[in-house]
Design a protein around this ligand. Structure first.
Ligand SMILES: Nc1ncnc2c1ncn2[C@@H]1O[C@H](COP(=O)(O)OP(=O)(O)OP(=O)(O)O)[C@@H](O)[C@H]1O
Ligand SMILES: [Mg+2]
Length: 403
């Protein structure tokens, strides 16, 4: 290891806090023959597990401290600068260094071994010696504090990241399970209709054949949806799921989503009215096919379950229009039971549900909120009055910007 030795600058030494209790005469006497040692930048001075026989006082420059973890990960612990000390705790405790020390710029050190330290203490007046030891203790304390703070910070950060990853995964699993539930429910209804149709000992009329064919088609499309959702699930993290933007006919897309769950709505005596206020090219949406149907299906399932429960039936109106700033306005309006002022503040929170008994998990609207804001780059608002019904207002751009 290349190191240059230089004679000491005693005026500079006086400014080092642990040497401050010594007079210039004392300093010269004890350190007369001790050279300063210089190191270039980026030079390792102490390795973790080294057992230093000297204390290093930084006269010029600075050093970086790193700790190496069992897995090989290297954690930055901080920097020590001019006047600070390292190696002391290892020297006094006879233990190995807990950190690796590297110069962060060209630096100069004064090295004190045990013999030299003893000599200094012997030379000092008792109260001077006390001051010297106290200053020394403070320096050791400071560098230990720095290490511990950094280490704690690092551990907390890693733990936070881990917790965040777990949370995202749990949410993802819950969301996928939630989304798979809807198409499975529809498949179940369609199978039920078919079974009833086929069980009756009547001849198969053209109308019945058409009904059966419609149910079969619904089953096929919902199986497809389920399969797509499971594909998402395989991607493990939400951020990995990306769909490409497409040029879509938004009116057609809304109609398709309605068709997907129409059979289930019909069973609950709910009729859907689709009011399309778009004209010509206004229907051209640069967006994502999957997200819009996912949003509508969640909103419509809620209407079925909460606005008109127990198959009382009613109307749900879906309206799409466009404003002057090329934003779509999509509203889903029911005239059902409504939501209380107390609950309306919480409906977009994950796991908020008033329908535990009905199998609700409280994820539907949090998924809707997430999709509208993060994927469609839009907004969702809600208005409701008890006994009068609920309206969800969605706005989103005609061209969704690429991620
Ligand atoms: N159209 C509506 N009419 C009345 N209440 C509604 C309507 N839509 C949502 N709600 C209320 O908002 C709550 C949250 O809805 P959300 O879709 O997030 O959960 P959920 O439907 O209860 O459960 P999940 O969607 O997970 O099956 C519902 O429990 C219900 O109280
Ligand atoms: Mg729901």
């Amino acid at each position: 290891m290349a190191k240059k030795k230089r004679t000491l600058d005693f005026q500079r030494l006086k400014k080092v806090s642990i040497l401050a209790p010594l007079t210039l005469v004392q300093l010269k006497k004890v350190l007369r023959d001790i050279p300063a040692v210089s190191y270039p930048e980026d030079r390792t001075i102490l390795r973790q597990a080294d057992r230093p026989s000297k204390v290093f006082i930084i006269l010029k420059g600075a050093v970086k401290l790193h700790r190496e973890e069992a897995g090989g990960e290297r954690i930055y612990m901080g920097e020590l600068k001019q006047g600070q000390v390292f190696g002391a705790d290892a020297l006094f405790s006879h233990q190995a260094c807990r950190t690796m020390v590297t110069t962060s710029r060209p630096s100069q050190f004064l090295l004190l071994d045990r013999k030299l330290l003893k000599k200094i203490i012997e030379l000092l007046e008792p109260d001077q010696a006390l001051k010297f030891l106290a200053a020394f203790g403070r320096q050791i304390q400071d560098s230990c504090d720095l290490e511990n703070r950094r280490y704690l910070h690092h551990q907390t950060q890693s733990l936070k990241i881990e917790v965040e990853k777990q949370r995202a995964l749990t949410q993802m699993v819950a969301a996928v399970a939630h989304e798979i539930n809807t198409p499975l429910g529809i498949i179940n209804t369609a199978v039920g209709i078919m079974a009833r149709e086929l069980a009756e000992p009547k001849e198969i009329t053209t109308q019945r054949a058409a009904d059966i064919a419609e149910s079969l088609e619904l089953i096929r499309r919902n199986v497809e949806r389920t399969r797509d959702l499971i594909q998402d699930f395989k991607k493990v993290s939400v951020s990995q799921i990306t769909y490409s933007r497409e040029l879509l006919d938004i009116s057609e897309l809304i109609q398709e989503a309605i068709n997907l769950i129409r059979v289930s709505l019909k069973g609950s005596k709910i009729s859907v009215q689709f009011v399309d206020r778009l004209q010509g090219s206004q229907r051209n949406w640069i967006g994502y096919r999957r997200y819009l149907s996912q949003i509508l299906i969640n909103l419509l399932t809620n209407v079925e379950r909460y606005a008109y429960p127990n198959d009382v039936g009613g109307v749900v109106e879906i309206e799409i229009g466009m404003n002057k700033t090329d934003q779509y306005h999509l509203t889903v309006r029911d005239q059902g039971l409504g939501i209380s002022q107390e609950n309306i503040k919480k409906i977009f929170e994950p796991y908020f549900t008033t329908g535990h008994a009905l199998g609700g998990t409280g994820l539907g609207l949090s998924i809707v909120h997430n999709l509208v804001t993060n994927r469609l780059k839009g907004q969702v608002k809600v208005k409701s009055r008890i006994g009068k019904g609920t309206t969800f207002f969605l706005t989103f751009p005609r061209t969704i910007p690429a991620d």
